[in-house]
Unconditional design. Structure first.
Length: 411
């Protein structure tokens, strides 16, 4: 039997002569458990919101986008589409032509961005699931129609399926010179809105989606595209597909996956998560001070036992190991208890939606999203274990030394 472990366990679970030591030890365990549970819960909530935001972006943005390395548009016929479709994992592509524009509806105006897409856009995306008003149609009786973001619809006070008032879209004419009549400097076309989509504020306030034929006529860009948005098989490795396509197309094209398209967004979400993790780690360090206090009181109470052990030939290292293990036991009991508590709260939230978002608000989800990741749980356990070890080792190393010279007089 390992002597330091046996003695440390006896000290931990045996009744002390001073009840305050039991109370402080219990507070130490509870403090570590509460902070550990908080770390697991908060990180899981961040994971949930991160997954929610990414899923919303994924509805509108393609897994991989091919665009020109220079310029805004290029001839569709110049893109080696056959090479792209030969790539394993690619199941199709959407032709896209984008440009900034001015939109008028009745007496209101709004700057937005027109996005012309090929007819398979709805088939290869989930945009139809995000239509909150009207229908996800881009042609009505053979005529082109538009899907507009909820933010655009709000600023224009636009009504879908309005047979009297179409959207009027203005874009500058290519190569036009200044004129006394400003209206001659713009291409103007009309289109009716058939649906309003709501995905995420960045898209809702920005986009009007139309058939690409309409956009090409408006922009005088026949046969040209701004990009190709590729659809992948669910099991495809996005990074591997991107690298293979980039190698096939060369430096004349930019091939970006979802992470590269929104690199800043992903970095911000990750940095926020780990910033909160660091803050909670500092709170954990404060709660660990209870462990130091508990060990200090225990050493004072057990000074007689320490001198007896020394008189029996126990080394300083063995005595220190006993109390270090005592501190580790307190930290580990708190850590394991906190992990179990945190995971139970997370799974209860997933199953029963215990904590709701603001009642009556117009939210995509009605309760806090939770996603537990094994790496987060492991990271929390390692941090708690490391801080607990330091909290046990550093004070014991200093406190035990004065006890060595204590002599039992009259005992």
């Amino acid at each position: 039997m390992n002597l330091p472990v046996h003695i440390a366990k006896r000290y931990l679970f045996s009744k002390k002569s001073h009840n305050a030591i039991n109370i402080v030890s219990g507070i130490s365990v509870a403090g570590v458990a509460v902070v550990t549970a908080a770390m697991v819960i908060v990180l899981s909530v961040f994971n949930g919101f991160e997954g929610l935001v990414i899923s919303l972006y994924n509805v509108f943005e393609a897994p991989i986008v091919v665009s020109p390395a220079e310029g805004k548009t290029l001839e569709l016929s110049s893109i080696p589409v056959d090479k792209i479709l030969e790539t394993e994992g690619v199941i199709g592509y959407v032709e896209v032509l984008e440009e900034s524009c001015l939109i008028r509806y009745r007496d209101k105006q709004y700057f937005a961005r027109i996005k012309g897409v090929s007819d398979n856009f709805i088939e290869l995306t989930d945009i139809d699931s995000m239509v909150i008003d009207g229908d996800p149609f881009m042609h009505v009786n053979g005529a082109p129609s538009a899907l507009i973001g909820s933010g655009v619809a709000y600023h224009l006070s636009a009504n879908v399926n309005d047979p009297i008032n179409p959207l009027q879209i203005y874009v500058p004419k290519r190569g036009s010179n200044s004129s006394i009549d400003p209206s001659k400097a713009f291409n103007i076309k009309q289109i009716y809105a058939t649906g309003v989509f709501s995905i995420q504020q960045d898209f809702d306030l920005k986009y009007v989606i139309t058939p690409i034929k309409f956009a090409r006529e408006l922009l005088d860009h026949q046969g040209r595209v701004s990009s190709l948005e590729l659809a992948l098989e669910p099991t495809a490795n996005m990074e591997s597909v991107r690298e293979e396509i980039q190698e096939k197309l060369g430096d004349d094209y930019l091939v970006k996956d979802r992470f590269q398209q929104n690199e800043l967004l992903y970095k911000i979400m990750k940095s926020e998560k780990w910033a909160v993790f660091m803050i909670l780690s500092f709170i954990l360090m404060i709660s660990i001070f209870n462990v130091i206090g508990s060990l200090t009181m225990l050493i004072i109470e057990k000074k007689k036992d320490i001198n007896i052990l020394r008189s029996m030939g126990a080394s300083e290292q063995l005595i220190q190991r006993i109390f270090v293990l005592e501190g580790i036991f307190i930290s580990m009991i708190g850590a394991v208890g906190g992990l179990i508590l945190g995971l139970l709260v997370c799974f209860a939230q997933i199953q029963f939606d215990l904590i709701k978002l603001n009642q009556g608000g117009n939210y995509i989800v009605q309760s806090y999203p939770i996603e537990v990741q094994a790496m987060d749980v492991l990271s929390v356990f390692l941090v708690v274990g490391t801080i607990g070890l330091l909290a046990a080792w550093l004070p014991v190393r200093k406190i035990i030394r004065p006890v060595e010279n204590v002599r039992i007089v009259g005992e």
